[in-house]
Design a protein. Structure first.
Length: 364
């Protein structure tokens, strides 16, 4: 067995599986470009950052390459099972021009909502926190960490706040992490709502539906993409909130610091994103031979970009294993980069900043 045989190329929770991050950081020191399980792996910040912005590395393989893909098991399951078999052509896996069309629709809607989002997030957080008696993590998980991002996601999508259990029921483990079952569940919940576009409330569902009518999104792709955006808005926020709340409970002086001086929150949230980011890897396929990481990625090969390792690169982040709520600068890659940078990064920042401010004020 070689040193990296147990390295997986899918998402992992570093708190539960620290060996995965340890292997990536060892690769970072020893092998800047590494061939593993049918794809190239990049771990150094400079290389990952460059790859995210290299237009020759795209998010979806062109048809000429597909029959020759050196499949990564996790990526094959995600793309083939959840897109080809179930006919879900998610915009996330698209490149220009279709990706830009959907992004522009989403960006316009998020810009419309942004001025009111902090007040909205504060009202949700205060409402939930008022009902919590205990300060143990289990009480906070059930009463705040779980419902808050689900309620926020419902409001963003234009669903009634009381529909927040749609998100937790779809993604809450009842389907054993089976992505096809999770998305199918959310689609079944959304289908009736989308069937009557005239009755849609202002929100992302209405915006995507209008974009579909305007030709920016094929009709058959409206429902799966609405399900994808709905679930992503919840699933990416929840683990970061949970880990941030846990950290502050274990470090009451830091919680008091945030309460006394809320101006530290933006930097604190960036650090929580760096340390607790929900995405371990991003994937690209080379449309030409690409020299990167001191080696060559041949045309048609897949590249796995280890965001979690890049965010712990000591060449960029001093003492990267330490959580420093005043870290500056903090050019983390938790939101990706380039064409596929997270379109809702501003919303995610506002959501975490506001919820943690309310939490610190209530439980300091």
């Amino acid at each position: 067995m070689n040193d990296y045989e147990t390295l997986t190329l899918g998402h992992f929770d570093r708190s539960k599986d620290p060996d995965q991050l340890a292997m990536l950081l060892r690769l970072q020191r020893e092998e800047s470009l590494y061939w593993h399980q049918g794809s190239w792996v990049l771990t150094r910040y400079a290389d990952v950052n460059a790859a995210l912005r290299d237009k020759r590395l795209i998010n979806r393989a062109p048809k000429p390459y597909r029959k020759h893909w050196p499949f990564v098991r996790a990526l094959r399951e995600l793309i083939n099972r959840n897109r080809d078999q179930y006919h879900k052509d998610w915009f996330f896996f698209a490149d220009r021009p279709r990706h830009d069309d959907v992004r522009s629709t989403m960006r316009a809607e998020l810009n419309r909502q942004m001025p009111d989002l902090r007040r909205l997030f504060q009202s949700i957080a205060d409402e939930l926190l008022e009902k919590i008696d205990g300060t143990d993590e289990q009480s906070l998980r059930k009463g705040f960490v779980e419902p808050f991002p689900a309620m926020a996601a419902a409001e963003l999508m234009g669903l009634p706040r009381e529909n927040w259990r749609w998100f937790t029921d779809s993604f809450g483990g009842v389907h054993g992490g089976d992505l096809s079952k999770i998305t199918n569940r959310m689609e079944s919940l959304l289908s009736e709502t989308l069937a009557n576009p005239e009755a849609l409330r202002p929100g992302m569902l209405e915006a995507l539906s209008a974009g579909c009518r305007a030709g920016n999104l094929p009709e058959e792709e409206l429902l799966p993409n609405c399900a994808l955006v709905s679930l992503a808005s919840f699933a990416n926020a929840r683990p970061i909130l949970e880990k941030s709340v846990g950290y502050l409970l274990r470090n009451p002086s830091e919680m008091e610091r945030i309460h006394r001086d809320p101006s530290v929150l933006p930097a604190a949230v960036e650090e929580f994103m760096r340390c607790f980011g929900a995405t371990s890897y991003s994937s690209r396929v080379a449309t030409a031979d690409v020299e990167i990481g001191g080696g060559l990625v041949p045309e048609g090969d897949w590249v796995r970009l280890a965001l979690v390792a890049a965010n712990h690169d000591p060449e960029v982040f001093e003492d990267p294993d330490r959580i420093d709520l005043a870290r500056h600068p903090n050019p983390h890659l938790a939101f990706g980069g380039g064409l596929h940078v997270c379109v809702a990064a501003g919303v995610a920042r506002a959501e975490l900043q506001t919820s943690l401010a309310c939490f610190a004020r209530r439980f300091r």
